[in-house]
Design a protein around this ligand. Sequence first.
Ligand code: FAD
Length: 255
Amino acid sequence: MVLPKFSLDAEILGQERMAEAVYRMTVHCPEIAEVAQPGNFVQMRLLGGEIFLRRPFGIADADAGKGTLTFMYRVLGRGTAAFSCLRPGERVNVLGPLGKGFCMDVERPLIVGGGMGLSPLLFYAKSMGKKADVLMGGKHASEMFWTKLFELYAREIYVTTDDGSMGTKGFAVSLLPELLETKNYDAVMACGPDIMMQKTAELSKAAGVPCQVSLEKRMACGLGACLSCSIDTAGGMRKKVCKDGPVFWAEEVFL
Ligand SMILES: Cc1cc2nc3c(=O)[nH]c(=O)nc-3n(C[C@H](O)[C@H](O)[C@H](O)COP(=O)(O)OP(=O)(O)OC[C@H]3O[C@@H](n4cnc5c(N)ncnc54)[C@H](O)[C@@H]3O)c2cc1C
């Protein structure tokens, strides 16, 4: 389905610090909230100032009733630092919804996310209409505010942290073989660091469970025109992460 796209100046309704350098921004943007699908993203631009290029962010929530969009983002460089300084009442330009989202036609998905990759998966979990199991990994307990956000939509939440400060010590994928073997999932939906998605795809394939991955590539236009986010695919064709993805079946792409 081709979604309509909007480029709108949206008022910031909320900007909260969730953890060290991690923020949640909510904007009023009814046109995009009405049509956005889980896995879609937006390209956000600052109004004024020196930073002209848009930055891509996954949609963590779209509430058509309230007309709001929510994003979770980590401050990495100049663009995200500038977004984090904006306050409610100020505006940003939002272009979206962009890209192809997650397959919704599954019954018992396992959601696998690491770090900021959990953001688009939150919208997916909410939109599923039934509770799904969630496997999430992070560096430290202080970054695992995600458990509270997923609580409403999750059946079971399995947590790992690199240092063992919350849940099981280690990486999320270390729990995956047992979950895949014992829980009868019919799909795995993954977003996170490349290595996590590689392992998740490998283990899902070995268990015979179809897997979707949401990829992150540096991109400029977000509309399929500039080709900066092109990737090779297993079928031999080049595809654009912004337009053909960011969500792909894992077997389609080289991870
Ligand atoms: C489809 C898509 C969805 C995304 N969703 C989210 C999200 O929900 N939350 C979130 O925090 N981030 C998300 N990102 C990554 C986010 O867009 C970048 O972190 C942001 O653009 C960095 O901008 P900056 O100006 O702060 O950093 P820059 O000054 O541009 O770069 C700072 C550092 O960030 C790295 N970086 C820049 N762009 C990307 C990128 N696209 N992917 C990975 N690393 C990058 C650079 O290599 C550099 O090390 C997403 C990226 C894509 C492609």
